[in-house]
Design a protein around this ligand. Sequence first.
Ligand code: SIN
Length: 494
Amino acid sequence: MIAVYSSFIKNKLFIDGDWCSSADEKTFAVMNPATGELIAQVADATPADATRAINAAARAQITWAEKTASERSRLLRCWFDLVMQNQESLAQLLTLEQGKPLAEARGEIAYGASYIEWFAEEAKRIYGDVIPPLANNQRILVTKQPVGVVATITPWNFPNAMLARKLAPALAAGCTVIAKPAAETPLSALALAQLALEAGIPAGVINIVPSSQAQAIGEVFTSNILVRKLSFTGSTAVGKKLIAQCAADVKRITLELGGNAPFIVFEDADLDAAVTGAIASKFRNAGQTCVCANRFYIHQSIYDAFCQKLTAAMQTLKLGNGFTDEVTIGPLISLRAKEKVQSFVDDAVQRGARIAYQAAIQTPFQTSAAESFAQGNFFPPALLVDVPQDARLVCEEIFGPVAGLIRFATEEQVIQLANASEYGLAAYVYTRDANRIKRLSEQLQTGMLGINTGLLSNAAAPFGGIKQSGWGREGSRYGLDDYLNIKYLCEAFS
Ligand code: SIN
């Protein structure tokens, strides 16, 4: 591989079209999770910097909203083209700071860009409405207006796509944005800003404030009256705090929170397809995905066969540095993340589960301090069987490459088990019975349902959850609604 990412390493704040240091000149370290090596020291935004960024976004919002829909659309399209022209550099940068295999990182860049492309097109279709009035001398018109300045907080698991998925609809709608990327992975966000600048997106429309002070920046975002909306992707616990903080100003809020996706395989399923879907859903990004299959419910009559086939498929997974050819599972983001996953496995085993398969730790790095750090972050994919329903693996989001299998006997029972969760983001079912698909589509409590597929995310579809998995939708035409206010005009004629 030829390293081509270096021109994309930006380590300053991006405010009002300028690259700048933080108010107190402090920086924080961004490390490679595969090796423990320092990638960059990045300017550490303070609350004062966040306020400055909000003011810049508020100034820019007036002229950005005045642009025609096709002007905004053209700029978004140009940004999309630049992202795709630089896909390889952006992917390498992503692997460097996040750890995912390079092939997956390339996929994430294309996935993130697809939101920019989608909303470049959708920008031209923000239609209003004309409603038949109750009196002949009236006309009822409905128009849509941008909500204004939007603050976003995005996670480290998809540092490019999660930000693109928020920036693109916001800009299409005529909003401007202040973004705080995760402190683990700010470089992908800054690289997106650099390309937005090159695309001609005006100063102040996108502002990026990386910071190690997540709580303090969140407080600025939620308490500043100029910010009209917050869009957050992250944990349910933090989401609840942000809801409370936004209540003071009745700020609009979109939340894409945790998940606990059931993956249900019925006796009539195509088992090979189910295993392929299970691998894609469970092991994408080493299991660090909100929509990952989190608990596997397998019909008792095919349980052993599924387990055997899944084990065989898992034996082909290759753990290692995401830059190494053929690696399919990278490191977890941190040692703390790894310890959490291990504690879930230990808990399940204590409650009676059995480890049916776990890859050996096959790290090629054995020679330096950085390499022994790397062993610390790698978690070998594991398959657990006979996992009890009260295990943490089943009740909480794992965020790691561990699959736990549970047997079920009847459709009614599995629906009840699948719905016994406070989360409702994604679910997956494998069956060939059309009547059953209809029943499950109606009865499973989830925002998204994969039917005979383990992958369901794409720009044309509404991504989002119910219950404690969040509010609002991202992607699709529904994703624009979250950035628009409806205005009703009543015209009277004499
Ligand atoms: C997430 O993990 O939050 C998003 C994953 C996706 O977009 O598929």
